[in-house]
Design a protein around this ligand. Sequence first.
Ligand code: MG
Length: 249
Amino acid sequence: MRTGLLLLLVLAQTVAAQEQALTREEIYARAAITEVWEPVPPVVTPGAGNAPPSDALVLFDGSSLDAWRNVDGGAAGWVVADGAATVKAGTGNIYTRQSFGSVQLHIEWRAPAEVASESQGRGNSGVFFMDRYEVQVLDSFANPTYPNGQAASVYKQHIPLVNASRGPGEWQSYDIVFMAPEFGANGRVVRPATLTVFHNGVLVQNNVAVQGPTEFIGKPQYEAHGKAPIRLQDHSNPVSFRNIWLREL
Ligand code: MG
């Protein structure tokens, strides 16, 4: 036993001595083995403040809703004024003209300053990825409702980790990573969609698995589909949006 320990000690000292004996060049040569030099990531210039980064696709810069359409393909009927697009009740949901799969999305929204209702009737809208999967927009500032339907919930599927809401009439932001679901040859989902959401910079959904389209009634169930528009919801409340951009992933 004692001999074994002694042998180990001698061995350790020998290894240490060998390490010390390495020249500076030899140390750097060994370190270089685990350096990866390719591929070099493309350069992206970050935006100043909340401005989009250089490689973003801008969906709304405050001037027009040209990148959006109504359900029939015509011009989006929401009101554009003061750098914001506001839901005009009854004109319906609006859809990006382009279809998308996995994206990083930045969007800013504002619930009406005047509190006119409660629960789901207060500042309700929504951001639907692929026309199916909703991250809820709601005035959840001191506004009790079912938590799996409050602001930043994945509607009726995932309660946000915390309530990071700002008050009515204040601008708020979502930064979202949406990964599209993947379907096998038989149409079955082989990888569910996932969502990561920051609400006003606070992590509220951490890579959660989406169970299927976010339904008002009933259980979600996946059906195979391809790329699809992003949809913003007309829930009859005059919710405003601004500074909408994304990066395809
Ligand atoms: Mg909604």
